[in-house]
Ligand binder design. Structure first.
Ligand code: ACO
Length: 310
């Protein structure tokens, strides 16, 4: 009966073992995971666009091949994550429809434009750096398929972060104009990157339950603080500053204090009113619709060969 199943589920979590697709799980746990994993997958797929915009304008063949590989990795991450969502009973096509119909979210960060090539470097360094900070603890998430997908994704994100930092280091060794481009990109991306971690803990409706279920391992504010502490020394080595006059080391806590985030901007962007929301979704919708014939043909082919031995 349900009480016994719940007891077994709780015991699995208490022992820090993983919940697997075959296991019974409370409906709320399943729904929360589908929500988070689907949002995460959508973010990887939509996240191909801001950097994809620079593929045809990369400054050298080397930069172009690195960027191409990176953008393809993001597609791969989206695929692993949709597969993880499928183990929970979700349907991939249905999830895409929900994204396009704005019934499911994707990360706020991908609604900002990439105005110069330095943005590609800053996305690698800061945006992928924030993603790593958020996702390394998810390698210990209580749901097995999600946790295992995170291990590989984090390894690839770590390569992305380094390629961004290396790109920026190269630009900082260049001309005054190139250095100014890097600083300008940092100024535009710093605050939106801090918003990636989600609302402050007191305004995060999902955190308490997700932590109790072991889906999340740290709160939004804990991870945001960790990211700030990590990034300041990296900025010093690079030779850029963050656009925050209140950023200051607090010897008492051992952490950096930082200024207030503009949560009204966050709400606008999550609510669909960010600078690039309409373009990001229109492109995703067009990709779904223009390629529908491929999906139909592949599905028909798979049906025809169902059960056939390869
Ligand atoms: N952008 C868009 N929506 C957000 C963001 C953000 N940066 N942060 C929080 N939200 C949404 C939440 O999804 C939630 O909405 P919902 O209830 O309608 O789903 C609402 O704001 C309230 O937030 P929380 O209660 O804090 O939500 P949650 O516990 O899910 O925490 C977080 C949000 C931290 C993003 C979590 O879902 C998570 O860790 N996800 C996995 C990582 C991820 O998705 N990364 C994507 C960007 S990184 C990349 O792809 C390179």
């Amino acid at each position: 009966d349900e009480a016994a199943l719940l007891e077994q589920f709780d015991a699995t979590l208490a022992a820090d073992h993983r919940i697997e697709p075959r296991d019974w799980m409370p409906e709320g746990y399943r729904k929360t995971l589908i929500r988070q994993v689907a949002q995460h997958a959508h973010s990887e797929i939509i996240g191909m666009q801001p950097e994809g915009d620079w593929l045809l304008a990369a400054p050298s063949l080397r930069r172009k091949s690195v960027l191409l590989a990176k953008v393809q990795d993001e597609a791969g991450h989206g695929m692993y994550l949709y597969s993880a969502a499928e183990t929970l009973g979700a349907d991939r096509a249905d999830l895409t429809d929900k994204l396009v119909e704005q019934k499911q979210k994707y990360s706020s960060i991908f609604n900002y434009p990439t105005l110069s090539y330095a943005d590609v470097g800053v996305i690698g360094w800061l945006v992928d750096g924030a993603a790593i900070c958020n996702q390394v603890p998810l390698c210990r998430s209580s749901y097995g398929p999600y946790a295992r997908a995170m291990i590989r994704i984090c390894k690839e994100e770590s390569f992305h972060q380094r390629q961004g930092y290396e790109l920026l280091m190269t630009m900082m060794r260049g001309t005054d104009e190139q250095r100014a481009m890097v600083q300008d990109a940092v100024d535009r991306w710093w605050w939106p990157t801090l918003m990636m971690f989600g609302p402050p803990d007191e305004h995060s409706p999902n955190t308490a339950q997700s932590m109790a279920w072991g889906i999340k391992r740290h709160t939004n504010d804990e991870l945001r603080q960790k990211f700030v502490d990590m990034s300041v020394p990296q900025a010093e080595v690079l030779g850029v500053t963050f656009p925050d006059p209140e950023l200051e080391f607090d010897p008492e806590t051992g952490h950096y204090r930082f200024g207030k985030l503009d949560w009204e901007e966050f709400k606008r962007v999550v609510g669909g009113q960010g600078p690039m929301n309409a373009i990001r979704l229109a492109r995703r919708r067009a990709a779904r619709d223009d390629n529908a014939w491929v999906t139909e043909a592949a599905t028909a082919y798979a049906r025809k060969h169902e059960g056939a031995v390869a």
